[in-house]
Ligand binder design. Sequence first.
Ligand SMILES: NC(=O)c1ccc[n+]([C@@H]2O[C@H](COP(=O)([O-])OP(=O)(O)OC[C@H]3O[C@@H](n4cnc5c(N)ncnc54)[C@H](OP(=O)(O)O)[C@@H]3O)[C@@H](O)[C@H]2O)c1
Length: 253
Amino acid sequence: MNIFITGISRGLGKELALHYTGLGHKVFGFSRSALDNQKNENKKLIDSKNFKYYTGSINIDSDASAAIEEAIKFMGSIDVLINNAAYKLFKLPDEITAEEYRESIDTNLTSQIILCNKVIPHLIKNGGGKIINMSSNAGMVSYEGGTSYCTSKAGFISYSLSLAKYLKDKKISVNVISPPTFSTGDYRTTRPEINHTKLLQSEKVIKLIDYIVFSKKFITGKNFPMFKLKTLIKYSVLKQIEFLDYLFQFRLK
Ligand SMILES: NC(=O)c1ccc[n+]([C@@H]2O[C@H](COP(=O)([O-])OP(=O)(O)OC[C@H]3O[C@@H](n4cnc5c(N)ncnc54)[C@H](OP(=O)(O)O)[C@@H]3O)[C@@H](O)[C@H]2O)c1
């Protein structure tokens, strides 16, 4: 399988690249920073004949086009696109500058939409393919420090579900994954003060991505919220209360 992954310099993207190259698939990565070749796991990726990457920003149109061109040269085609890159900006609304809002919404939403547009013709030419978009629980809940991140991730869910409807007859599936905070190998190293055992582990996220990547069934138009059961029940109840509130406040007035 030929897999294109954005955001492979660290975190989940790097783990996905290691995972899929390890399984013998070809991976093409795309992020702004070069992989630090002093780190063992990075060396493993750099030395793999199944892996290549492009350093550039998804927010620069010519970088995105060049990355796709290089990916096609290296892999011959793209079977799976994993839109994983993200700009995590958590500040109060009035602390975020206009430039930060633009960069965050561009990175997490607009540029990924444009990247999909550029990759879709290759998937169609290939007779089909899979698009997996990384959103977040933040796209379904709201908090005061999330006006930028939550907005972009909510938009990414809506975009993915709409795109799935459009592409379903073209044998291209589109699914979106919305996990709560999860721990990656890099996160464990950079934030040792956090109790990582309490968090969802990246391995579980990879397992879910594997389920979509390797499924023979045509799974499309799904948002996978990786809520714990307790949160899922709370979320469903809150949604129903929201609806009842609307009924009583407005419709039944
Ligand atoms: N970790 C969590 O708790 C969590 C929870 C829910 C959802 N998610 C989502 O899951 C995905 C992976 O999370 P993560 O924690 O592994 O993220 P991360 O460690 O912050 O890594 C983000 C990746 O995106 C790349 N990136 C950022 N801006 C870019 C740009 N303009 N162009 C190209 N690449 C860019 C970064 O590389 P460069 O800086 O080198 O460009 C990096 O490789 C993200 O979409 C995130 O929103 C994460």
